[in-house]
Write a protein that binds this ligand. Structure first.
Ligand SMILES: [Zn+2]
Length: 256
């Protein structure tokens, strides 16, 4: 299955200073099998080195910012080929949600979270923009269950990038291997989207945040957060959706 694993190339050692960062900010790494952990480390090193990183709004970027963001981005694509995120060349990090002054018409090729106070953005063939304070909130588990919805803003923004991979617009349908799998994807996600929309209209709680009912692109990004952050709960409460996402991401947290 993982035939694109690092293979014959000599694996590089993870820098020592990265280990405590991963221990506290990327706890999922510990649960990977040894082979996948090695694959993860190699991809993370490459990701951190290959991207152009910029701290914005006065943020002095540190190793912790890069390694944390890189780790969650790589986790998302660990079931895919190594080059999956090559179109993301730039990652911009703000200290907190930032003000955006421009009044542009946003098409499907730029996804903006929030209108004037932006927590993140994901551009087609362009940068991923994140607010570090939001990332920190997601990493604090207590906070995350207080809001009663699993969140991971890094996973969310990079999920939009996966969505872009079959065209300019984010439409909630990422590139899918086979016709049969794509049909299943559309059928299951349509039904789940309707279910979420109905629940949100009636103010009923669901595991999936109502932000996912905004449109199909947000549905994909928000349900991806749930898939990675609360797979057990998702498998119980949204079993069909869990199954198609597990098939798409080629990662199964429950079967391990
Ligand atoms: Zn979004």
């Amino acid at each position: 299955m993982f035939n694109w694993l690092w293979g014959e190339r000599t694996p590089r050692e993870l820098p020592e200073s990265w280990r405590p960062i991963l221990t506290s900010n990327a706890t999922f790494r510990e649960r990977l099998s040894p082979a996948l952990q090695q694959e993860f480390d190699q991809r993370l090193i490459e990701f951190v080195e290959a991207k152009y990183w910029e701290g914005c709004g006065g943020l002095a970027l540190t190793e912790e910012h890069k390694v944390t963001i890189g780790a969650h981005a790589i986790r998302l694509v660990l079931g895919f080929e190594r080059e999956t995120l090559r179109d993301v060349k730039t990652v911009l990090v703000y200290p907190t949600p930032y003000e955006a002054k421009s009044q542009e018409v946003l098409g499907g090729n730029i996804v903006v979270e929030g209108v004037s106070q932006r927590a993140g953005e994901s551009w087609y063939h362009g940068p991923v923009i994140l607010a570090w304070s939001d990332i920190q909130e997601c990493l604090e588990e207590e906070d995350y269950w207080k809001r009663r919805h699993p969140h991971n803003v890094i996973v969310h923004e990079f999920a939009h990038q996966l969505d872009y991979r079959n065209g300019r617009s984010a439409d909630g349908i990422p590139p899918i291997e086979s016709h049969e799998q794509a049909e299943e994807w559309v059928k299951v996600t349509d039904a789940a989207y309707q279910r979420l929309s109905r629940a949100c209209e009636r103010n009923q709680y669901t595991l999936i945040d109502c932000y996912g009912a905004t449109n199909r692109a947000e549905f994909f990004a928000v349900t991806t957060e749930v898939f990675f952050e609360a797979p057990q709960e998702m498998a119980e409460q949204w079993p069909e959706l869990y199954r198609v996402m597990q098939r798409y991401y080629r990662q199964d947290f429950l079967g391990q």
